[in-house]
Design a protein around this ligand. Structure first.
Ligand code: SF4
Ligand code: SF4
Length: 209
């Protein structure tokens, strides 16, 4: 995908330093832009900027551009990038660090509607029913009406089953959701408290090309 050249309004080194002090960012300045993270990412084609580009943008202190990109919300936390990075950088952790910072700045996930519908369907049924997903999302997203003929064609050909497959006993799943929600809240609080000094950081390794 062709992307516009970024012309930064300003470079925020305090933002960069905050991320370096956060989990996963300790070795951020050693990134050599090899692109292994981007090549490993299953959803990079949907992102404004690949993980590689995001790391470089953080190095340059492009706070506004980083926080407003959809990359941090599109990431599925699959860890492919983190396990493969030859420099021990954890882009997955960086995404989780950036989300609460963006939210504090009043920036919201542009894809939140679909994510919420997906979580709601799975929570109630224990399965991701395609029919429920599409119908519920269509109610919350008026633009989806354009897809109605396609949806009807799928139903008529038996490609979109109307029956809803439910989990027999959803109690364990509900418990998992409860733990996830609690952990999310705790993580938010934890990420607001970061160590004062970065460790293992060599600022001279950052070169602006
Ligand atoms: S894999 Fe690691 S070193 Fe390579 S571009 Fe990604 S973050 Fe940088
Ligand atoms: S953790 Fe996120 S950024 Fe990394 S490969 Fe998976 S989806 Fe992509």
């Amino acid at each position: 995908m062709q992307r516009d050249t970024i012309i930064p309004e300003s470079r925020d080194t305090a933002f960069r330093d905050l991320i370096i002090r956060s989990p996963g960012g300790e070795k951020l300045l050693t990134c050599m832009q090899c692109g292994i993270c981007a090549g490993s990412c299953p959803v990079s084609h949907e992102m404004d900027y690949t993980p590689r580009q995001l790391v470089r943008m953080i190095q340059l202190g492009l706070k506004k551009e980083v926080l407003n990109s959809n990359t941090i919300w599109i990431c599925t936390d699959c860890f492919s990038c983190s396990v493969r990075c030859p420099r021990g950088i954890y882009p997955t952790e960086l995404m989780e660090t950036l989300k609460p910072i963006a939210m504090k700045e009043g920036i919201r996930n542009r894809n939140a509607k679909f994510d919420n519908v997906f979580a709601d369907v799975v929570k109630k049924n224990g399965r991701a029913s395609e029919f429920l997903l599409i119908s519920k999302y269509s109610i919350s997203e008026p633009g989806m009406i354009k897809q109605a003929p396609f949806g009807l064609a799928l139903i008529s050909k038996g490609k979109l089953p109307l029956s809803i497959d439910k989990m027999e006993d959803a109690r364990e799943l509900e418990a998992i959701f409860r733990i996830g929600e609690k952990t999310g809240e705790e993580a938010k609080v934890k990420k607001e408290t970061v160590p004062e000094k970065p460790e293992n950081v060599n600022e001279e390794e950052v070169t602006e090309k």
